[in-house]
Design a protein around this ligand. Structure first.
Ligand SMILES: C[S@@+](CC[C@H](N)C(=O)[O-])C[C@H]1O[C@@H](n2cnc3c(N)ncnc32)[C@H](O)[C@@H]1O
Length: 281
């Protein structure tokens, strides 16, 4: 695939703002880098088949452009992948970015292999971490889990590592569905993935103990409006929402107050919020 690479100078004070903008717009093909001493940049990749011009217009209004060139997907993904190191994602779970490499990591920790690519969910974003932290608070052996907007499948894998029984992973983006399948194979896990706009392709007779969704606020609001959500979540089951940017938290909170859910916990990091809710009936 052909891309245009834009490199912009990124002052530290703007890093959170730019990352929030990308997340809200579900823009995934970028990374932050420090090619020269002290100077941070953001590298942005625009797919020529589907150019997202509003992204570049926004960045040009905020940041200084250093360079622009045509590039293939391999040319930019490879050095980025190589720059990534294994890291402790949440307590006792490590993420390994290259399944071929041997890494020195602590013994007796749980391991997830993810080849970083263009699907969301490499563990590098605070919304994934917040969702995972809420997930491990409530997951039990044998739980049935629905992962809405699975991306790479990272939250489904964590569910499996903590003993979940049935897991269904959903994403409306076919590339994410392919990536999740690839990641499950890489981790020797047999997890079902379906392409679905939110719960559209979920049978309403199915039941889950935990439903988890790390998606942007407008989509979460749509999920909360869907009657099927309440139907398929068991009594006292948990709903974990993440991807809530602070400015829009009230909209989510208002929607929850209309429903039969208690807020059990609220986690926050870098302006992002994840809520752990429990269904009352
Ligand atoms: C922020 S990413 C989360 C990925 C992963 N679950 C994580 O926590 O890192 C959101 C994912 O939701 C998917 N998504 C967005 N809108 C959706 C919709 N209406 N139905 C299903 N999936 C959706 C996107 O394709 C993307 O993979």
């Amino acid at each position: 695939m052909e891309f245009i690479e834009y490199i912009f100078v990124l002052p530290n004070r703007l890093e959170d703002e730019i990352e929030t903008f990308f997340s809200i717009n579900e823009f995934k093909t970028y990374y932050f880098d420090k090619p020269t001493k002290g100077q941070s940049v953001v590298k942005v990749y625009i797919n020529l088949k589907n150019p997202e011009n509003q992204i570049i217009e926004y960045l040009e209004g905020k940041l200084e452009l250093l360079s622009k060139q045509n590039i293939t997907e391999d040319e930019w993904l490879k050095p980025w992948r190589e720059s990534l190191k294994p890291f402790e994602f949440i307590e006792d779970i490590w993420i390994l970015p290259d399944p071929e490499k041997r890494y020195e990591i602590p013994e007796n920790v749980k391991v997830i292999k993810i080849i970083p690519g263009t699907a969301f969910g490499t563990g590098l974003h605070p919304t994934t971490k917040l969702a995972a932290e809420n997930l491990v608070k409530v997951i039990n052996e044998g739980a049935d889990v629905l992962d809405v907007g699975t991306g790479t499948g990272i939250l489904s894998i964590i569910s499996k590592l903590y003993g979940a029984d049935k897991i269904l992973s959903l994403d409306y983006d076919i590339l994410a569905v392919e990536k999740a399948n690839e990641t499950f194979r890489l981790n020797n896990l047999n997890i079902e993935v379906k392409q679905s706009d939110l719960l559209q392709n979920v049978n309403e007779n199915e039941r889950y103990d935990i439903i988890i969704a790390n998606i942007v606020v407008p989509i979460l609001l749509r999920l909360l409006d869907d009657e099927k959500l309440d139907k398929i979540l068991n009594e006292n089951g948990y709903l974990i929402l993440s991807g809530i940017n602070k400015e829009r938290e009230t909209e989510i909170a208002n929607k929850i107050f209309e429903k039969e859910y208690n807020i059990i916990s609220r986690e926050e990091d870098s302006g992002w919020i994840s809520l752990l809710l429990q269904k009352r009936i």
